[in-house]
Unconditional design. Structure first.
Length: 576
């Protein structure tokens, strides 16, 4: 089955149990059309026909643009104009529709771009090189000169878009449409408004102007490496969901410092908005750790024989201490524990980053968190029939009264953030869920992998993992026992039945040549129907026993963070 945005809803997400595609996509997808595609194409649409091939993907002699990466399932590309001496972090990314004819998808490698995100691999794909050529032609033909483009670029609203709305294999035929994101700037808040919400004594970092930041590289859809007065910083900003940005800023400014948690923001970054001419907070800066994340470091070190037990234990102990610190000293939760959110300092110590508190994908999350998240998705996803979503909305109202208010885009200064499943949990339940995620991360650390082999079909890695959780090859026996205790209650993942193979979703139990897209959809439907049923029963039991006062907040009997730390220290002392 073709890996596409539609496939997320009808296979990868729990919505697959009840998925009903939007009317405009019903005739564009499905096994019938895919079968037609797999048959031999007629000459008019064949790649053997010279008219259907790209003339060139060679970079221009003096390229004016660079592609740094992508997001949005291959629909959003981070681009930087190379001819502007000091590029402000406007984040005017290129957007390409996922709904393209197969002729275009194949030649531009859009299926690969769907799961390839990083700057090491993405710029080599055909779509990235094609975008560079398209922007080269657009910049030089639609503007009087490069200085007039620079004036235009610096005058658009933050988070505006360059939309390629008629993609063609001929770069000269592609129309570049500018989408001015006035809506985002309308939602950005001035410092004075946040001070009203957070109190007059809130410890805001120093303020710097947006145009004093000069982009070096775009690292993520929300993160840029920037230079301010010659010094490098990380600039964090969101072009959607500004409420998470403000929640993270508040959290980082108020939690008690710890050596393994990212420092409080160095600056708040304000920008004069076109809408109402207010000066709003567009983001903040944090300290830059150039070594990168454990996601890339672990498999690289293992491949080169540089991953040593002393480091694995040190990192594991540091993470556990940091989590315990957040729980006991700041009374907050950390739902984002995965390798992408752990960087290495210059002294090779781990640093936890990303405090938006949005959570991790279901393969890394504890089953009790997933149970609530599945019900939330059923209640709110537009592709679930109304009669079904009504049922689950009532369930969610019992679990988190007023949960739909947290779903809105408005920042309302909620004390515990916007993560509905975690807000529903008691503090002991939150700790048990953190221990589960910690167990998954410990497995990655001791196995030296970037994540489970089948964790997320929409994400591939520079260093692809070679085994699946909870398989063990390199982890010491004592650590295996600890990881198993931490991950009590774990359930089979979708990856046991459906995986990404190259750029296709395929069943694990049949040769690819003997399966159809419809079979993949049906297997996913059965899997998610079972998971939702299990989630409902768990939540009904939890609700019933809580009313009676007999609910065990550590339902699966996992160790506490302090008990995990004791085991790690004991193993470290024995291994010394």
């Amino acid at each position: 089955m073709e890996l596409s945005a539609t496939a997320i809803g009808e296979v990868v997400h729990p919505t697959a149990a009840y998925y009903r595609p939007p009317p405009e996509t019903q005739e564009q997808s499905g096994p019938h059309n895919e079968a037609n595609y797999l048959s031999e194409p007629p000459w008019i649409s064949s790649l053997l026909n010279p008219k259907n091939r790209i003339q060139s993907l060679d970079p221009p002699l003096n390229p004016l643009w660079r592609v740094d990466g992508c997001a949005g399932l291959g629909s959003q590309y981070y681009v930087i104009p190379l001819f502007i001496q000091h590029v402000p972090p406007i984040r005017m990314d290129v957007f390409v529709s996922n709904s393209q004819p197969h002729l275009i998808r194949d030649q531009l490698e859009l299926d690969k771009a769907f799961h390839t995100k990083d700057s090491a691999r993405l710029p080599r794909l055909s779509i990235a090189r094609h975008i560079v050529r398209i922007l080269q032609r657009w910049t030089t033909t639609d503007f009087h000169d490069l200085s007039s483009f620079e004036k235009f670029y610096k005058g658009v609203p933050f988070g505006s878009r360059l939309i390629l709305d008629n993609m063609s294999l001929d770069a000269d035929q592609v129309h570049v449409k500018v989408g001015l994101n006035h809506n985002l700037e309308h939602k950005l808040l001035p410092l004075s408004r946040l001070a009203d919400l957070w109190g007059p004594d809130f410890p805001f970092p120093p303020v710097v102007d947006f145009f004093d930041l000069h982009v070096v590289r775009v690292l993520h859809d929300s993160v840029c490496l920037v230079r301010i007065n010659g010094e490098l910083f990380i600039f964090k900003a969101l072009t959607s969901g500004a409420k998470y940005l403000y929640h993270e800023l508040k959290t980082l400014c108020t939690i008690e410092p710890h050596e393994n948690i990212i420092r409080r923001p160095m600056h708040v970054v304000t920008k004069r908005c076109n809408f109402g001419f207010k000066k709003a907070i567009a983001g903040f800066t944090t300290f830059y750790h150039p070594k990168g994340t454990l996601r890339d470091i672990l498999p690289s070190m293992r491949a080169h024989g540089l991953l040593h037990r002393v480091d694995q234990l040190k990192w594991s102990i540091q993470l556990t201490k940091a989590l315990e610190h957040l729980k006991s000293r700041s009374r907050t939760y950390y739902p984002d524990l995965r390798l992408d959110n752990i960087v290495l300092s210059e002294t090779s110590d781990v640093i936890m980053v990303d405090f938006e508190q949005r959570g991790v994908w279901c393969e890394f999350a504890a089953p009790e968190v997933n149970a609530i998240e599945y019900i939330r998705l059923m209640a709110t996803d537009e592709c679930v029939p109304e009669s079904i979503s009504d049922k689950y909305r009532k369930m969610m109202e019992e679990i988190v009264p007023g949960f739909e208010e947290l779903e809105s885009e408005k920042y309302t200064n909620p004390e515990y953030g916007f993560n509905v499943p975690w807000i529903a949990l008691s503090e002991p339940e939150q700790e048990a869920a953190e221990v589960y995620m910690l167990g998954r991360v410990l497995w990655c650390i001791f196995e030296g992998v970037s994540g489970p082999q089948k964790a997320a079909v929409w994400q591939s890695y520079r260093w692809e993992p070679d085994l699946e959780f909870p398989e063990y090859r390199r982890t010491p026996l004592a650590m295996r026992a600890l990881i198993d205790k931490c991950t009590r209650g774990r359930r089979d993942a979708l990856g046991n039945f459906i995986i990404r193979q190259n750029s296709q979703l395929v069943l694990t139990n049949k040769p690819v040549s003997e399966q159809s897209a419809e079979e993949v959809i049906q297997v996913a439907k059965r899997f998610w129907s079972t998971e939702i049923e299990v989630a409902e029963k768990y939540l009904e039991l939890r609700s019933s026993q809580r009313r009676k006062g007999g609910w065990n907040d550590n339902y699966y009997g996992r160790p506490t963070l302090n008990q995990v730390l004791e085991d790690l220290l004991s193993f470290q002392n024995g291994a010394a």
